[in-house]
Design a protein around this ligand. Structure first.
Ligand code: 0X9
Ligand code: CA
Ligand code: ZN
Length: 441
């Protein structure tokens, strides 16, 4: 199955390369015509904009970290290669460094009926409308607040779901954050699924009822509204990752929010200091407008000196992975992360992975990252934090843009894992048999 899929991708890549060689440069973009004729500016953007490349001969975590250190975002880890996103200029640079790159088909270039378009997903405005509709339908269970604005001034919202929702009760709080990376639209659908399913099943499904009675759940459906809009608004996906904040002294736009958090920011070669990089860490920690909005919200949940949020998932795509801190070091334990902390992360992470079929591992097993949200959540706030990399698995052609028809299946797939985290959120150390040691009041 995996082989067949890989074969398909190789074929498409080969077809694309053949096209690239056979037709004049300006005509490449018309290989899969958009609905409306592209303007010259759009064509130029497609030529110069980011696309995915497979980099051959990169098969170990050290090798991947060395590549990440050059400032490329690693989108996919395969057995003996990785898939990265790069502009043609960045790809040229890597080739000059001796790497072997093969261009992969971009969104809309696959030429098969599975290919998705922006209409397959909720736009930012449609997401906001859907949330408002749910809140009106379930006023006892769901409330919505604006926690800040994006760089371009769009509302960033947090939705709370719990019984007696209008009262801040003394229940363990759990946070789900979504769509930090612009192009990872499936994660916004994940948030909408959770809101819909938990509200609809309250009073029907025993586990959900108990969790909404005994926990307060916060959901931030998009942490990057400007990036989401930019990626979808032209009618064709742009493979955008960062936010849309300008950088001084360059035309390169955007900060990687997942390299901009204030814990060991920029420490370890897991981010880039160059604004044109996909993993640009920004000029200082929390310089990204959206980073600060999310961090301020989390800090605002410290009540009476105690952080109310005990557990967190940051939803990304793709790879079907469950990752835990730290990302900045290969070490299993580190300052502020004891053996028990690590083991409890791993125990609950592994249990969630048994439910959804993802692969559980420490974040740095992929490659080193610094300034990520997960490292900050644990390192600075002592919140148990997981990064979920949703569908598809590595090597699957759906990549960042799966077709709309998989959304239902791939969001419902995480219901059990979310419930496991909620059920453990009152005492994460119960998972390693140490409730008495850590969780006595
Ligand atoms: O590199 C990232 O930011 C994440 N992968 S993605 O392809 N969605 O960009 C993984 C980050 C994992 N890092 C930590 N949890 N520390
Ligand atoms: Ca509370
Ligand atoms: Zn991501």
């Amino acid at each position: 199955m995996r082989l067949r899929i890989r074969g398909k991708r190789t074929t498409s890549a080969a077809v694309l390369l053949t096209l690239a060689l056979a037709v004049p440069l300006g005509a490449q973009a018309t290989a899969a015509p958009p609905k409306e004729p592209a303007t010259t500016a759009e064509q130029a953007e497609r030529q110069d904009g980011p696309r995915q490349y497979e980099v051959a001969g990169v098969g170990s975590r050290a090798h991947r970290s060395a590549l990440a250190r050059t400032g490329v975002a690693i989108d996919e880890v395969r057995d003996h290669s990785v898939v990265i996103t790069a502009t043609p200029a960045q790809a040229d640079r890597l080739r000059k460094l001796g790497h072997r790159l093969t261009a992969l088909p971009g969104p809309g270039e696959r030429g098969d009926i599975r290919a998705a378009g922006p209409a397959d997903y909720h736009s930012y405005a449609q997401m906001m409308d859907a949330v408002n509709t749910y809140v009106q339908k379930y006023p006892e269970l769901m409330s919505r607040q604006v926690i800040g604005k994006s760089y371009q001034g769009r509302d960033i919202i947090a939705v709370k779901i719990s019984s007696n929702v209008r009262v801040d009760e003394d229940k363990p709080e759990v946070l789900f954050t979504h769509n930090m990376h612009a192009r990872e639209h499936l994660t916004t659908e994940m948030a909408l699924y959770t809101l819909r399913e938990f509200a609809a099943q309250y009073g029907k499904d025993a586990r959900i009822t108990k969790m909404l009675d005994e926990r307060e759940l916060w959901i931030i459906p998009t942490q990057n509204p400007d990036g989401k809009v930019y990626d979808m608004q032209s009618g064709r996906f742009r493979m955008w990752r960062k936010n849309r904040q300008p950088n001084s002294g360059t035309s390169a736009v955007g900060t990687d929010i997942n390299r901009n958090f204030d814990y060991r920011w920029g420490c370890c070669g897991g981010s880039s200091g160059s604004p044109s990089s996909q993993t640009y860490r920004g000029p200082s920690a929390e310089s990204g407008t959206e980073t600060k909005v999310v961090a301020d919200f989390v800090r605002s949940r410290v009540v009476g000196g105690k952080q109310q949020i005990t557990a967190h998932i940051d939803f990304h795509t793709y790879g079907e992975l469950i990752l835990w801190p730290y990302g900045y070091t290969y070490a299993d334990t580190a300052p502020g992360l004891t053996r028990d902390d690590r083991d409890a992360h791993a125990a609950v992470g592994t249990s969630m992975a048994r439910s959804n079929g993802y692969k559980p591992q420490q974040s740095s097993d992929l490659y080193i990252t610094d300034g990520s949200i997960g490292d900050w959540m644990w390192g600075a706030q002592r919140i148990f934090s997981y990064t979920f990399e949703m569908y598809p698995p590595s090597g699957h052609p759906d990549g960042f843009y799966p077709p709309g028809r998989v959304i239902g299946r791939e969001t419902a797939r995480n219901k059990g894992a979310m419930l496991i985290l909620l059920e453990n959120a009152d005492c994460m150390y119960r998972s390693i048999g140490k409730e008495a040691e850590y969780c006595q009041r």
